[in-house]
Design a protein around this ligand. Sequence first.
Ligand code: FDA
Length: 392
Amino acid sequence: MHHDIAIIGAGAAGMMCAAVAGQRGLRVVLIEHAARVGEKIRISGGGRCNFTNARAGPQHFVSRQPGFARDVLSRYTPRDFAALVRRYRIAHHEKHKGQLFCDGSSQQIIDMLRAECELGRVQWLQPCGVRGVAREGSGFRLETDQGPLQARRVVVATGGLPVPKIGATDYGLRLARQMGLQVVSPQPALVPLAFAAEPWRPFAELAGVALEVRVACGGQHFDEDLLFTHRGLSGPAILQISSFWNPGDSLRLDLSPGNDLGEALWLAKLQSRQSLLNALGQFLPRRLAQTWVEMQRLPSDRRIAELADAKLKALGASLCAWTLQPTGTEGWRKAEVMRGGVDTAELHPATLEAHKVPGLHFIGEVVDVTGWLGGYNFQWAWASGYAVGMSV
Ligand code: FDA
């Protein structure tokens, strides 16, 4: 069988690329090894798929080569994808900081992409694994579970390593290495962070407590919600900063952003007869305030007026600059995306074609371009799929 393009992986990027290339009249075969397509789309956004972010720009992506995504992102924007969603009459809404979600179900996005593939007369091989890819003449020969096939070009859209139980594999990374391309070490990202059991014990009891914080690490900071868990910290603030955290780094947390708590407690001392716990409770969830005061060995029920100014200042400062060192992440099982992947230095910034292997392209999460939390990763999947679908 001869095809213009063989695409490996029918996820977000692969289906987009197949639809675009097929609708340009190219003979496209889309190969997926899992029993269901678009599984990550299905489980995304709590089942409602945060399908893009209206504010997405190159600054929202992490890569060894910052700004690499600029060209691709500029040619297919969040507005373009939102227009496609509207064409299919999929009701949606903006939730938080530009995040666009389906009102109904993420299945609507999968159905839309399948319909777009239909329009492009895309041929499906599914379920069908790819066992090998090799150069043959001016194209490629693929060994698949359903026999060999030839294609002029191959597009690798196998995604990242998170959630292996729904189909994630390292096949794209192995193929890249086999073809002599560099791979930036893959790490779990947008992932909860864990702490050593013993020092974490007092905080483990706070599991379920959430509050808005400022978290900083690796030259980046986010103002978002944080969630205490039994093993560590989660919530959007932590998922975001996890993409900038490396083993050995410390996090710096301001548990009451926008407030100088030392000053606020000193004022409370002058103006009221309340207890320390009640004073702190105006700025923090009460359970957290209680734990914090106990850890500082301060008497929570004493009137704030009885505490020395220096103690109040130190207490306030400790809450505004809590420094703590995670021991690791919660790993691939809990990560939303993979950081790292095929080194962008190996790829043309407009066509995502490997410089060393003409005709071989990489799109989506398998590439070392990782979006922040909030619809950015799908936008990269759509835009990179579109870029290659249009360029081949
Ligand atoms: P994707 O993973 O979508 O597709 C890869 C496909 O390749 C899969 O179908 C896989 O089975 C297939 N495959 C793998 N190896 C193969 C092989 N050897 N042969 C054949 N097929 C193979 N992002 C966002 O922007 N908004 C959101 O709301 C969310 N929410 C979210 C929730 C959860 C729980 C997770 C885990 C992830 C998200 N994401 C997200 C991230 C988003 O899902 C992800 O970045 C995109 O799906 C990446 O698209 P790709 O097409 O690159 O990979």
